[in-house]
Ligand binder design. Structure first.
Ligand code: FAD
Length: 333
């Protein structure tokens, strides 16, 4: 176990915000984690810092799980169950699967962050969510200090949502087990231009080819946090009622929307922000990305508060024009 005091979190968050933490503990196994919890019962978990916005110094002790390892739990002719420790890097786990032709997570290539955080917001991209390949996870329940196992149906997974997010830090995820296909994969290639790119390259649908195409699309669309601080999509795509959609369509007949249920439709937040003429908008050190309006960027030395003010401004503009309240996907600390 390593303990750092008054440490700058700049290298620990993809927005590149320079805020300090009073205490940061690195724990490389379960014993360390339990010890840290005993000494600092109020601690918060920090993963790769790719979905947090630091708006103030962090007084609550932080726990960073560094435990790595990917093991095969079981397998049969058609499936394999892989267990990855919380400190593994998510995109490296995807590469591990793709390299071995295991299917199920190829659409989630190049998503930032740790394996331990992946169930928290049920990460998703290109028509696939973690829940599709999720089998179970092990966690420590801070209330009972016991280790618990959650299976898929226990996790209350929703769009960028889960039991772990709803219970606001009660569970510390130690490992995640995925159930992946070894053959007869079920690919989702209808999203974006995945299919068109595969055809253009003359590639058949395999986990490796789909992963490669998705990496290419993501790299062409999303800013790299190493070059331009950001945390991916800042807002969730709002879900509105069908009545609301019908009334908006009178003014905006071209408004894109996706079926959620008989009564609800999802609207791309990027479209709403762009319609408010905010794509590429910049104020001082912060801005809305030129290519992807869902992404807010730090042009240099922005503070978390600067980014938060921009987020509030965007919310206000979208509310005024569409009467839709954008919800933040990023966790504000
Ligand atoms: C360029 C870019 C692109 C992105 N694209 C996508 C995308 O396509 N789809 C998507 O869904 N997300 C995307 N994200 C967001 C981010 O990658 C995910 O939310 C990721 O799961 C966050 O992981 P993290 O380890 O960085 O978590 P952190 O940001 O460190 O933490 C996020 C939350 O999870 C909690 N947490 C972290 N680890 C644990 C643990 N072990 N146990 C319990 N709680 C924990 C933290 O306390 C915090 O509340 C993107 C981010 C970036 C920077």
């Amino acid at each position: 176990m390593k303990l750092y005091e008054h440490i700058s979190l700049k290298p620990y968050n993809t927005f590149g915000i320079n805020q300090k933490a009073d205490i940061l503990i690195e724990a490389s196994d379960e014993k360390d984690i339990l010890e840290a919890l005993t000494s600092y019962p109020t601690l918060k978990v920090l993963g790769g810092g790719s979905n947090i916005l630091l708006t103030q110094e962090v007084k609550t002790p932080l726990l960073k799980i560094t435990q790595k390892g990917i093991t095969t739990e079981r397998e049969n002719n058609s499936h394999i169950w892989l267990k990855a420790q919380a400190g593994e890097v998510w995109s490296e786990l995807v590469d591990y699967c793709v390299l071995r032709n295991y299917g199920g997570v190829e659409n989630l290539s190049l998503i930032y962050g740790s394996v331990g955080a992946a169930p928290v917001q049920n990460i998703g991209a290109y028509g696939v969510e973690l829940k599709n390949a999720f089998h179970s996870c092990e966690a420590i329940d801070r209330e009972s200090k016991q280790k618990v196992i959650f299976y898929k149906n226990d996790c209350n997974f929703g769009y960028r949502d889960s039991l772990f997010k709803q219970s606001k830090g009660r569970y510390i995820i130690l490992s995640v087990t995925l159930c992946l296909t070894k053959k007869e994969h079920f690919f989702k290639t209808h999203y974006g231009n995945i299919k068109a790119l595969l055809t253009e390259k003359g590639w058949e649908e395999t986990p490796a080819h789909i992963s490669q195409v998705i990496k290419q699309i993501r790299q062409s669309k999303l800013p790299n946090p190493i070059e331009l601080g950001n945390s991916g999509s800042f807002f969730k795509n709002p879900i509105i009622s069908r009545e609301h959609l019908l009334s908006l369509q009178k003014t905006y007949p071209e408004l894109p929307h996706y079926w959620v249920s008989v009564t609800q439709e999802k609207i791309p937040a990027a479209y709403l922000i762009e319609s408010c003429d905010l794509k590429g908008y910049r104020i001082g050190q912060v801005g809305v990305h030129k290519g992807q309006p869902l992404v807010l960027v730090n042009y240099g030395n922005a503070s978390g508060e600067d980014i938060l003010s921009l987020a509030h401004y965007i919310q206000g503009q979208v509310k005024k024009r569409f009467n839709i309240q954008l919800e933040m996907e990023v966790n504000v600390w």
